[in-house]
Design a protein around this ligand. Structure first.
Ligand SMILES: Nc1ncnc2c1ncn2[C@@H]1O[C@H](COP(=O)(O)OP(=O)(O)OP(=O)(O)O)[C@@H](O)[C@H]1O
Ligand SMILES: [Mg+2]
Length: 276
């Protein structure tokens, strides 16, 4: 490894992944992966197809349970870090980790507004009985969640499309809607799995703007998987490179771009693709 994958011991970390190994039968998706993310940082995870990027997100959100290692998450700097591994996805969401998916998981039959409201309501306290009886607290929460939903739509530039079915939105709008829905859960760490995949240049520019504002205005740490190198190099403070489930480089965008193992990993993929 060209540089340590961890940051200095006294840094304030939002998440610390230590020696995580994830296997599926004979396939090792993640092998002894360690990485640290500073609070408030935009950190990018890159690597060729099948490198283990989405598997890492699945470990960070309780979808996969790695066989080895530890993931310490510290959403609130005034509290002790907690172990993510072994918690179920809805528990991890309540800790303050939210994500978007590589392929859209919007509810197509719902409007833009309703898609975000689902995220917002996952944070609320009303149980099914409260909802049926329409208790005062339930009514207040309803008003608050409507308000919050509209604010989030405004934030990502979709307020005017609130009543549009999400399936009828332009592609780039759908990707920003997914971000709004994830923000509804009030995360302190937002994981984005290839948010710009399939987007055109102007949609990418819009996405970049939203990601920067999530970070700078809302103070949310962002972990970004992305194949668009121009976007990564422009937005990420540091980059972690995965290849065949291993961290092969960590550093500033400029450093990893020059790293011999990184160049080889990417050239290898290109040759394979040309051959196939
Ligand atoms: N549920 C699963 N069962 C079996 N193998 C899996 C599972 N999830 C991931 N893998 C394997 O783990 C490896 C890493 O996959 P992963 O989806 O994490 O890669 P990735 O870096 O996100 O790739 P891409 O850039 O194509 O999205 C692959 O070999 C994949 O087949
Ligand atoms: Mg993936």
């Amino acid at each position: 490894m060209s540089e340590a994958s961890t940051v200095a011991p006294n840094e304030d970390l939002i998440v610390s992944v230590s020696e995580v190994t994830l296997r599926f039968g004979g396939v090792t998706s993640l092998s002894d992966v360690s990485l640290d993310q500073r609070r408030g940082e935009i950190l990018s995870v890159i690597g060729p197809n099948g490198a283990g990027k989405t598997s890492l997100f699945n470990c960070l959100t309780g979808v996969y349970e790695p066989q080895e290692g530890s993931i310490q998450f510290c959403g609130d700097p005034h509290r002790e870090p907690v172990e993510v591994i072994g918690r179920r996805p809805n528990r991890v969401s309540r800790l303050g980790i939210a994500r978007t998916f590589q392929t859209s998981r919007l509810f197509n039959a719902l409007t833009t507004f309703e898609n975000v409201k689902i995220g917002v309501e996952s944070r609320q306290h009303t149980g099914p009985i409260g909802a049926v009886l329409r208790l005062p607290r339930t009514r207040r929460e309803e008003r608050e969640s409507d308000q919050r939903t509209l604010e989030l739509l405004e934030f990502v530039g979709l307020r005017a499309q609130a009543n549009t079915l999400s399936s009828a939105l332009a592609f780039g709008d759908q990707r920003r809607l997914e971000i709004a829905r994830a923000l509804g859960t009030e995360p302190s760490l937002l994981l984005l799995d290839e948010p710009a995949a399939g987007a055109n240049q102007s949609e990418k520019a819009e996405l970049e703007r939203v990601i920067r504002r999530v970070n700078s205005e809302l103070g949310i740490s962002v972990l970004l998987i992305e194949h668009d190198m121009r976007l990564v190099m422009s937005i990420a403070e540091r980059v972690v490179v995965l290849n065949f489930g291993e961290v092969i480089a960590t550093g500033t965008p400029a450093t990893v771009q020059r790293d011999k193992r990184v160049i080889e990993a990417y050239l290898g993929t290109t040759e394979d693709e040309e051959a196939g």
